[in-house]
Write a new protein. Structure first.
Length: 155
């Protein structure tokens, strides 16, 4: 299994980047992992829906037919850390070669991405900048692996 986070826009600088690199390194101890991005579309003379549609086109080009897609969406299901661990454990059972977690841009994800996703995950009822959402997701993935391995990180 390979885990990928596919996000709109580049990962930030400073502490966000440092945290991202730290969790990437930790997760790679358990499974192959990558963090990829597509270019964020600027609003300029477009509506938010047009921006999301253009970003969706870039995201959809990067998805493979055999991968499981999890869209981060405020309307998604809220998971506990234990639920994240069960999800990761179950991935081995379904033999999915890759799971991609999709993190949207400032306007969220287009309906085509939400329809393509097998699962919609909500990190919180609150809205976070994508840098923060990515770090929260990374931390929860790492925590999920430590739960599966019965390691000390999760208390």
């Amino acid at each position: 299994m390979h885990i990928r986070i596919l996000m709109v826009g580049k990962q930030g600088r400073g502490p966000w980047r440092e945290l991202t690199l730290d969790y990437e390194k930790r997760i790679k101890r358990y499974t192959p992992f990558s963090l990829e991005s597509v270019k964020e579309v600027k609003l300029s003379n477009q509506t938010a829906e047009q921006v999301k549609a253009r970003e969706a086109a870039s995201l959809l080009q990067r998805l493979e037919s055999q991968e499981m897609v999890v869209a981060l969406d405020k309307g998604g299901e809220p998971w506990s850390s234990e639920r994240v661990a069960r999800f990761l454990g179950d991935l081995d059972l379904v033999s999915s070669p890759r799971v991609s977690f999709i993190v949207g841009g400032p306007f969220g994800l287009d309906k085509r991405i939400l329809q393509a996703a097998q699962t919609r995950l909500s990190l919180s009822a609150m809205t976070f900048p994508h840098d923060m959402a990515t770090v929260i997701l990374l931390e929860q993935l790492y925590r999920g692996f430590t739960i599966l391995q019965n390691e000390q990180y999760h208390k």
